[in-house]
Design a protein around this ligand. Structure first.
Ligand code: PEP
Ligand code: MN
Length: 447
């Protein structure tokens, strides 16, 4: 399959307002966009179609969606070790979910493109100095100097190159034997040993190993155990980047955003008459939209009309991020209204973004117990309505960071300072990610 690199600019209405865009220097932006347009796709349109069919299965209640990774990827953290540990963490979580629920798990990284962030304020002030806010490595640098905070369009080219290198390693790991289910034990190697979930994981891995040996002894040793499908995803925030990587698929003549398999629109950029929704409406990738606690049924229905007018299974995923205290009240009416419209969306719970607060010690953090309570509320609401709790969307890392409070390891407000490394929002560390997977797996099994 090949993808034509036609000029697709005419697809998009350039008069629409795009929220959350940096003030790019125009000439430099034009040359970065020109460069990006000349590059090959990062993903293939056919892979996006495969993912769309998997999502359709999940929307029918026959699969579970696991999406995880950094809030903000950085160029510095695109190292072999960091990428490997994030993939291993997601593979471990998927094994846990699949083992307990006997359901296929769709594995999706917030990875290989998640470099841009929406911000609540355009600027940041420290003492007497006010500078542009950090908008992710795609735009500027976290350091608080005028030079570092200047939006630099060449960073978009670096996003492409870093995403290409990341995806290359992801593909090598997931297709080259590393993700073989028979390696389920090995995925735990290199992580902290004295964590209670590691022991529980080892016990489960032993059981999986026994089942695989049993099948092998019976002459069954399918190739499906040897590789896994792993998809990339990011928020489609910087439209100049996403448009430059939109190409016409020569098989079908349809446009695809080939910067990632799945793209989503954030809570701050989902205006119905805005440029982000319009962009997503024009590309054939499976699309996600975040829905916060103030979302109305009307918002949801109008997004469906705009993004999924043909009610196509797998096309649209709603990622709800209500907050633990609000989900039980806010989610039922949304699900009810959408179900009545006849649309078949996938419902995914993001238990991170509605549960952020500042710790007594001054860090942006989340309480593990709130994260779990939102997931619990999500399962309760779907159970009551007879709909499928389709998946979870988690900010996590394979590293042993201290960014979220609580969990089995009881991270305290004082502990946050020891390894607080995120460039944006606090992530679950490896131990907390396994703990969450065990708890979600039990809910999925018992639903
Ligand atoms: C995010 O996913 O990092 C994010 C900014 O989420 P939201 O759009 O839901 O606030
Ligand atoms: Mn975030």
């Amino acid at each position: 399959m090949s993808i034509n690199q036609l000029n697709v600019d005419s697809l998009f209405d350039s008069s629409l307002v795009a929220a959350q865009q940096p003030q790019w220097p125009a000439d430099e932006l034009a040359s970065a966009v020109k460069e990006l347009k000349s590059y090959p796709p990062l993903v293939f349109a056919g892979e996006c179609d495969d993912l769309r069919s998997h999502i359709a299965q999940a929307a029918e209640g026959k699969a579970f969606w696991l999406q995880g990774g950094d809030c903000a990827e950085t160029f510095a953290s695109a190292t072999a070790d960091s990428i490997r540990d994030r993939i291993k963490t997601i593979l471990q979580m998927a094994a846990i979910l699949q083992y307990y629920s006997s359901m296929p798990v769709i594995k999706v990284g917030r990875m290989a493109g998640q470099f841009a962030k929406p911000r609540s304020s355009d600027s940041e002030t420290r003492g007497e100095v006010t500078l542009p806010a950090y908008r992710g490595d795609a735009v500027n640098d976290l350091a608080f100097t005028p030079e570092a905070r200047r939006p630099d369009p060449q960073r978009l080219v670096r996003v492409y190159n870093t995403s290409a290198a990341t995806l290359n390693l992801v593909r090598a790991f997931t297709q080259g034997g590393f993700a073989d289910l028979r390696k389920v034990h090995d995925w735990n190697k290199g992580f902290v040993k004295d964590n209670p979930y590691a022991a529980r994981y080892e016990a489960m891995a032993t059981e999986i190993g026994r089942a695989l040996d049993f099948m092998k002894s019976a002459g069954v040793d399918p190739d499906a155990f040897k590789t896994v499908e792993f998809f990339s995803s990011h928020e489609a925030l910087i439209l100049e980047y996403e448009k430059a990587l939109t190409r016409i698929d020569s098989r079908t003549g349809n446009p695809y955003d080939v910067s990632g398999h799945f793209i989503w629109i954030g809570e701050r950029t989902r205006q119905l008459d805005g440029a982000h929704v319009e962009f997503a409406s024009k590309v054939r990738n499976p699309i996600g939209v975040k829905l916060g606690p103030k979302s109305t049924v009307d918002d949801a229905l109008r997004l469906i009309d705009k993004l999924d007018p043909n009610r196509e299974p797998g096309r649209l995923t709603f990622i709800t991020r209500m907050g633990a205290g609000k989900i039980r009240e806010a989610l039922p009416r949304l699900i009810d209204g959408v179900t009545k419209s006849g649309a078949k969306v996938l419902w995914v719970c993001d238990p991170m973004h509605g549960n952020t607060f500042e710790s007594s010690t001054g860090y942006k953090t989340r309480q593990f117990e709130d994260v779990m309570d939102e997931v619990k509320g999500f399962f309760e609401v779907h159970k009551a309505l007879g709909t499928h709790p389709g998946g979870v969307h988690i900010e996590l890392t394979g590293d042993d960071v201290t960014e979220c409070l609580g969990g089995g390891a009881k991270i305290s407000a004082e502990d946050l300072a020891s390894r607080y490394e995120t460039a944006c929002d606090p992530r679950l560390n490896h131990t907390q990610s396994l703990e969450l997977a065990f708890l979600v797996a039990e809910m999925l099994r018992d639903r």
